[in-house]
Design a binder for this molecule. Structure first.
Ligand SMILES: CC/C=C\C/C=C\C/C=C\C/C=C\C/C=C\C/C=C\CCCCC(=O)SCCNC(=O)CCNC(=O)[C@H](O)C(C)(C)COP(=O)(O)OP(=O)(O)OC[C@H]1O[C@@H](n2cnc3c(N)ncnc32)[C@H](O)[C@@H]1OP(=O)(O)O
Ligand SMILES: Cc1cc2nc3c(=O)[nH]c(=O)nc-3n(C[C@H](O)[C@H](O)[C@H](O)COP(=O)(O)OP(=O)(O)OC[C@H]3O[C@@H](n4cnc5c(N)ncnc54)[C@H](O)[C@@H]3O)c2cc1C
Length: 667
């Protein structure tokens, strides 16, 4: 047994846990939404651990692509056989947790079935279609995906090339891919697993194009699973991550589907081909809004996992001896290490709390839509698009910082960082490329700026700051007295300034060039405005949540929330210094605030990450193991390598052996 192990756990990590100034269980309950939620998490965890069907034969990193898809398929079938173990209506909470424990980060052939196919059926069908399709999809007698993106077009839906042409003589639509670039490309589970898809195609009726619309389409024979005649499909090959998912391609050759295959909750085509438009032209984009809103929690969970691994490893890793003879110190004691890791932990919290807000807002939207009210749609579209972009970007950068903070071992797949990164960074692209989505937010902000300039503003609360008359200089005197209101006021100033800077640039350009050129020439500044708008929202949400925390937890969490805010301000100090809003000495104060927060977090860092309540089963990281026994575990993990099956591998006999023998004979 290693000298670092005491009572089973690494001595350093045990010592860290003894430093806790708060009850980790209480903190976990607060983070996850209450005692009952925590209790349910534990029950789900126990269930997953006790079920041998959910075990991987060896760590998935050692499996080939085919083995990954096969293992993932086996597990997701078992998992969805057992959905009675969770509250099926709580997809955001119990559903995502259950899935994360069983499936890990490799995804699986039913991801799109659950995340987009089912929600599209629920959101876009009329009553008759719902009755026909939903029971089949829930029972899994059919498996579906969401096929929208094409080889030639992902962002710009108006230029999708797949056509659905209505033929009133047979009351059918004819699906067709007129070019190679019309091939659907990317949909998860499309390649080999799904037998149905929601296909988004340009609707043609009575000779007119009515834009992209969703259709439910059978792709494979229900018995043989062979592609239907007129349907060509397959897997698109290995990717940066999620290789347990068979993302696929799909082409149609004048493939006929019945009129009722068009999802007709909002738009309709009558038997004679008459088109009835929806109440709001973007109602058909509802599933994307749903996924963007649940992605925020998923991304927060990935960044939280990365920060947990980095923090635990930094507590057990000893490197460097500042006082010669005193022994090497825990790398967590280096301020540079804290500066690298703790802001990632703070971000993960900020994102998680924002995820709760957007979930609640989305539920409100769903309720309003049942009454035909689409008023909330633009606000939620802007917020979910903005959060998705800022959160997925910061998450990807944060995971990489955590990986780097673990030195060489961070580069090994044993750390889980490659899997976490490969999985999470996809979020920068799917559900709308991040920059494009920031520009969607900008459209919303430009309208708010316009209203304000006209003096007619009656802005939604979320952008109320745009029409405020703020201070000309920051009121910060000392970091100790820097209040939540002052922090928000300073961030509002910078966000508002950037919104108007981008708006004025756009308006000025519009006087000289065509509107689309003016937009393009202002787009970098517009995207910056969107980022500030979202960061402000994240800071406000975090501080508000901590303000309402019980006193014992607030004492700790206030340093985490302030670190999040101070890190944003100090790393963009130029924006705050502009036009003398802040003085250099105020920025210095904020930097000192960052260092103070790091020092406050240091003694409780391990307990804070413990409070995220990740089990080893969920983290899937040798470096992040709860017991801290990383060295023994690394050695054990490496034994899984295929190369270790024999002492001498065939390649040696074939190449290296003869090479060396030959060289020896010449000496
Ligand atoms: C029980 C549980 C069991 C098991 C659980 C199992 C599985 C769970 C699995 C995972 C769960 C965890 C989390 C997720 C993790 C991983 C995810 C895995 C897979 C990822 C799947 C990814 C799928 C996809 O990517 S699908 C494809 C997505 N594609 C896009 O997003 C395309 C982006 N483009 C667009 O959205 C649009 O084209 C556009 C917005 C850019 C432009 O649209 P359009 O051309 O129509 O615009 P305009 O005509 O110019 O009009 C613009 C105006 O319209 C407004 N607008 C746009 N969109 C909306 C909207 N949605 N709502 C409201 N308004 C909108 C816009 O604001 C403009 O308004 P204005 O007034 O004119 O300014
Ligand atoms: C892991 C993963 C899973 C996916 N799953 C699915 C799925 O299940 N179903 C599905 O239908 N799709 C899926 N997709 C596709 C995904 O939704 C698209 O890749 C995404 O919408 C971006 O489209 P694109 O790839 O065409 O990029 P493009 O739109 O070509 O973007 C390329 C670049 O051009 C820029 N750009 C494009 N338009 C503009 C603009 N108007 N203004 C400024 N810059 C612009 C972008 O910012 C980006 O830098 C998936 C993708 C990935 C990576």
């Amino acid at each position: 047994m290693s000298r670092w192990i005491q009572n089973g756990d690494n001595v350093d990590i045990t010592k860290e846990r003894k430093n806790a100034t708060f009850n980790t269980e209480r903190m976990s309950a607060w983070i996850h939404g209450g005692d009952e939620v925590l209790k349910r998490r534990r029950e789900i965890l126990d269930y997953v651990k006790s079920n041998p069907d959910f075990k991987d034969p060896i760590p998935v990193e050692f499996l080939s692509r085919e083995e990954r898809v096969s293992n993932g398929t086996r597990k997701i079938v078992k998992m969805t056989d057992n959905t009675d173990q969770i509250d099926g209506a709580d997809f955001f909470g119990e559903g995502m947790y259950f899935q994360s424990l069983v499936m890990g980060r490799d995804l699986h052939p039913l991801s799109l079935h659950y995340i987009m196919f089912l929600p599209t059926l629920q959101g876009q069908t009329d009553d008759e279609q719902l009755d026909e399709w939903l029971p089949k999809a829930i029972a899994r007698s059919i498996v579906g995906t969401y096929a929208q993106t094409e080889l030639g077009h992902g962002t710009n839906l108006s230029k999708l090339e797949t056509t659905a042409t209505y033929d009133p003589s047979t009351q059918e639509f004819v699906l067709h891919s007129p070019t190679i670039t019309a091939a659907k490309w990317w949909p998860g589970g499309l390649g080999k697993s799904s037998n149905h898809a929601i296909v988004v195609a340009q609707l043609y009726t009575k000779g007119q194009c009515k834009g992209p619309h969703p259709f439910i389409v059978q792709l494979r024979d229900l018995e043989t699973h062979k592609p239907m005649k007129g349907v060509r499909l397959g897997d698109i090959g290995p990717k940066l991550g999620i290789n347990g998912s068979d993302n696929g391609f799909l082409l149609f050759d004048k493939y006929r589907i019945p009129r009722k295959a068009m999802l007709m909750r909002y738009s309709k085509v009558q038997p004679d081909g008459t088109y009835i438009a929806p109440a709001h032209s973007k109602l058909g984009y509802g599933t994307m809004v749903f996924v963007r809103s649940i992605m925020i929690k998923d991304q927060a969970t990935q960044l939280g996992a990365a920060a947990t691994i980095a923090t635990r490893y930094s507590a057990v890793r000893r490197q460097g001896e500042p006082v010669v003879g005193n022994g090497e110190i825990q790398i967590l004691d280096y301020q540079t290490q804290q500066y690298r890791v703790f802001p990632q932990l703070a971000r993960a919290f900020a994102f998680l709390f924002a995820a709760y807000e957007i979930r609640d807002l989305y539920l409100r939207l769903t309720e309003e839509l049942t009454h035909g009210n689409t008023e909330l749609l633009p606000e939620i579209h802007a917020l979910s698009s903005g959060l998705k972009s800022v959160v997925s970007w910061d998450t990807a950068q944060g995971i990489e910082q955590c990986r780097l903070s673990c030195g060489g071992h961070g580069y090994s797949q044993a750390s889980a960082f490659p899997e976490i990164y490969g999985y999470a960074v996809g979020g920068c692209t799917y559900e709308g490329e991040n920059l494009v989505m920031l520009l969607q937010v900008a459209r919303y902000l430009v309208k708010a700026a316009e209203e304000t300039r006209k003096g007619t503003s009656n802005l939604a609360e979320i952008c109320g700051y745009i029409s405020k008359t703020g201070r000309r200089t920051s009121s910060l005197t000392s970091i100790a007295n820097y209040t939540t209101d002052q922090i928000i006021e300073d961030l509002e100033h910078v966000a508002r300034k950037q919104v108007f800077h981008a708006y004025d640039k756009l308006k000025k350009a519009q006087q000289h060039v065509k509107p689309e050129d003016a937009w393009n020439q202002s787009s970098v500044e517009l995207a910056k405005a969107s980022r500030w708008h979202v960061r402000l929202y994240l800071v406000k949400t975090f501080l508000k949540k901590v303000d309402k925390a019980p006193e014992d937890l607030k004492k700790v969490m206030i340093h985490v929330a302030r670190l999040y805010a101070f890190d944003i301000i100090s790393s963009s100090s130029g924006n705050f210094l502009e036009e003398g809003y802040m003085r250099p000495d105020q920025i210095t104060e904020i930097k000192e605030g960052v260092y103070e927060c790091l020092a406050k977090i240091r003694p409780v860092a391990v307990s804070l990450v413990d409070s995220w309540d990740y089990d080893d089963l969920e983290l899937k990281s040798v470096l992040g193991k709860r017991d801290g026994n990383v060295y023994e575990a690394l050695l054990q993990w490496a034994q899984n390598s295929q190369l270790n099956k024999s002492d001498v591998i065939p390649t040696f006999e074939k190449y290296l052996g003869p090479m060396m023998k030959d060289a020896r004979s010449k000496l």
